[in-house]
Design a protein around this ligand. Structure first.
Ligand code: NAP
Length: 277
């Protein structure tokens, strides 16, 4: 590991989840994807985020297998796609995901979106069954609105431990984060760099310059200081390492105030089946 990188032991956890993970959406070239995951794990990352729909579970598994890190030390999460949310499909496709990933269990299995085949009782009963069988450790949801989180908590036999939602300075979602955290649902922020868009922001740029860090690190540190887990996607070793160094950055009250004063709002991931549409 490079001397400039924070040590693996320095990665804080939020409710037991490593606060910084590696995202893999659109890291589609299998060799590159495996290499990015291996690079991240060897830099110290202990949280890997994938999904059935990304088409890269096998590559992610190869990256995990290639890294010099024990499987037990890695928090691995995948997501069940919206076509696969009927009870029996949840079971069958999760078994396939485990096979592709080359693991006998995942730490967290999410409902990817509350859409299409999602039915709270039916879908979540399958998640609880998988947990009972030891194929998944925890149940999570993603892209859920506050009332959908509450409904899931109400009907699920297994605790709902996380809601993975889009979060960055252009979509701070203060109310949703508070709602989840009040219910002990850990918030995992996706697209924490607004898919690259916040990197050109003047306010973020000024804070980055003040601390002598990158814009990406500012956005990631801001979310971490809100007790939000982040999973930036990075392909190159340079980006993987740059994001890891956000763990060394602490923003002061003035920085936080400035980020919170940004008025621009922009959602990056907005499919027609999004529950807010
Ligand atoms: P993101 O992490 O906000 O941004 C990724 C983009 O930023 C890529 O173009 C990446 O380039 C670039 N980048 C990364 N680190 C950088 C750095 N230090 N400096 C400059 N550029 C940098 O976007 P995202 O991929 O949408 O979100 C992250 C992860 O969240 C996904 O990969 C996925 O695992 C998850 N996600 C989940 C959902 C859901 O519905 N649950 C939706 C979207 C995303 P390179 O690739 O070239 O490094």
């Amino acid at each position: 590991m490079s001397e400039q990188l924070p040590a693996a032991a320095d990665c804080p956890t939020i409710d037991g989840v490593p606060a910084l993970g590696i995202g893999t959406w659109e890291n589609e070239d299998p060799e590159q994807c495996a290499e990015s995951v291996r690079t991240a794990l060897e830099a110290g990352y202990r949280h890997v985020d994938t999904a059935q729909i990304y088409g890269n579970e096998e590559a992610v598994g190869n990256g995990i297998a290639a890294a010099n890190v024990d499987r037990e030390d890695i928090f691995l999460a995948t997501k069940v796609w919206i076509d696969n949310l009927d009870h029996d499909d949840v079971i069958a496709t999760t078994e396939e995901s485990l096979e592709k990933l080359g693991v006998d269990r995942v730490d967290l299995l999410y409902v990817h979106w509350p859409a299409r085949a999602y039915d709270p009782e039916d879908s979540l009963s399958a998640f609880a069954e998988l947990r009972e069988r030891g194929l998944i450790d925890h149940v999570g949801v993603s892209n859920f609105l506050p009332e959908q989180v509450d409904r899931a908590i109400e009907v699920s036999e297994a605790p709902i431990v996380a809601n993975q939602v889009e979060l960055h300075p252009y979509l701070p979602q203060y109310d949703l984060v508070e709602h989840c955290q009040d219910r002990d649902v850990t918030v995992v922020g996706y697209s924490p760099l607004a898919r690259g868009n916040v990197l050109d922001d003047d306010t973020i740029g000024a804070i980055a310059e003040k601390h002598g860090v990158s814009e990406a690190q500012v956005s990631l540190a801001w979310l971490r200081q809100r007790d939000v887990v982040t999973i930036p996607k990075a392909t190159s070793a340079e980006h993987v390492h740059d994001n890891w160094k956000s763990l060394d950055l602490t923003l002061d009250d003035e920085d936080v105030e400035q980020i919170e004063s940004i008025e621009h709002r922009e959602r990056q991931v907005d499919p027609s089946f999004g529950p807010w549409n």
